[in-house]
Write a protein that binds this ligand. Structure first.
Ligand code: BYC
Length: 319
């Protein structure tokens, strides 16, 4: 009890006052589980998201492009690690999280099940995918769980750089030869709609939104964030001089937003249920990399065991 409040009431008082919930604070079990679900899926997205771009590191068109892409992909791995650490503060182990990803019980962002076929796709991923992620993550900087909110602040700084490098690739291609311009247009056409799907189903269909909004895990709804992204992207497409893939896009003066065309929700559910173009390949690649890294985990464990024995011996000698 705090100030005569029950743990439940004290938790809600903190949430309503905009105070952060920290790992050692009392929290409802459903809040803890919902956070483990969302933060771990976020971590998995960062790690699986390394694959479509990682695929292009050796094929990037210049040394500068290779160095930038290598560094960007490495950042994504780092984001995954902060987010796994944030999830572990909720009392779940890294092994459990990884096995949920590999057995398909935990999801990761649908967008990473689309293939990266051309160099322009790398531009489109940086611009649109990181761009959509930033819109969401800026909002998540105000999430109620302290470790998640703090991870988001650092991650957003890096994502802004990622988004700009992607946009710059697109700008160079869009202003290049007719073939390069066509390649940029094709990448935009293929990545635009899946990027809008990153924000999840419509609010009315979103299983977790109401609860997550009440607990301030999510600070804006899926549809509100999607609208922000549509609005900012429309102008960016205009600057690139590319054709907008949405033929129903119209500025709505009364709403102060763009109205936009319907998303293909069958495609969305198909992809999140494991039947996208690259779902199987992404997980197989992850399993293989994880198995190849087993010796690193074993070496770390052996080092920790040795340190523990050494510390015990020192303590015994001192006593
Ligand atoms: N893809 O009730 P809903 C990056 C699932 S990576 C797959 O609305 P919620 C980057 C949802 O999980 C950044 N699944 O859920 C990295 C739920 O299924 P479960 C990625 C999706 O959680 C490398 C069900 O559908 N960002 O930037 O309230 C290179 C019902 O949905 C998707 C994040 O992860 C989807 N798009 O809202 C480049 C942001 N949408 O769990 C870039 C953090 C929905 O019941 N996550 N589902 O089996 C979030 O903000 C929220 O989890 C979502 C969904 C808005 C995604």
């Amino acid at each position: 009890m705090t100030d005569g409040l029950s743990p439940e009431d004290n938790f809600m008082r903190k949430i309503e006052a905009g105070e952060k919930i920290e790992p050692k604070d009392w929290m409802p079990e459903a809040y803890r589980k919902n956070l483990i679900r969302q933060i771990s899926q976020h971590a998995h997205s960062e790690v699986i998201g390394m694959q479509p771009e990682g695929n292009w590191i050796t094929r990037a068109p210049s040394l500068r492009r290779k160095a930038v892409l290598l560094s960007k992909v490495q950042d994504e791995g780092g984001h995954g690690l902060y987010l796994y650490s944030a999830t572990e503060t909720l009392g779940i182990s890294r092994e459990e999280l990884i096995s949920a990803l590999q057995d398909g019980s935990a999801k990761y962002a649908s967008i990473f099940n689309y293939p990266s076929q051309t160099w322009a796709d790398v531009g489109a991923i940086g611009w649109l995918v990181d761009g959509a992620a930033i819109v969401n993550q800026v909002s998540l900087q105000r999430t109620s769980y302290g470790p998640y909110a703090r991870a988001m602040i650092r991650i957003c700084k890096e994502e802004s750089f990622h988004q700009r490098q992607g946009y710059e690739i697109m700008l160079v291609l869009a202003q290049g030869s007719p073939e390069q311009h066509a390649m940029a247009q094709d990448a935009l056409n293929r990545f635009y709609w899946p990027s809008l799907m990153m924000f999840g189903p419509h609010d009315a269909e979103s299983a977790h939104s109401a609860r997550s909004m009440q607990w301030k895990i999510k600070r804006e709804t899926n549809d509100d964030l999607r609208q922000k992204f549509v609005d900012q992207t429309a102008q960016q497409i205009e600057v690139l001089g590319l054709e907008h893939p949405d033929k129903d896009l119209r500025w709505n003066e009364a709403r102060g937003h763009y109205d936009f065309g319907a998303l293909d929700w069958d495609e969305f559910y198909n992809v999140i249920n494991g039947n996208g173009y690259a779902n199987r390949q992404r997980i197989e690649h992850h399993v293989q990399a994880h198995e190849e890294g087993a010796w690193v985990r074993a070496a770390m464990q052996a080092y920790r065991d040795k340190q523990r024995v050494r510390q015990q011996t020192t303590t015994q000698v001192a006593a």
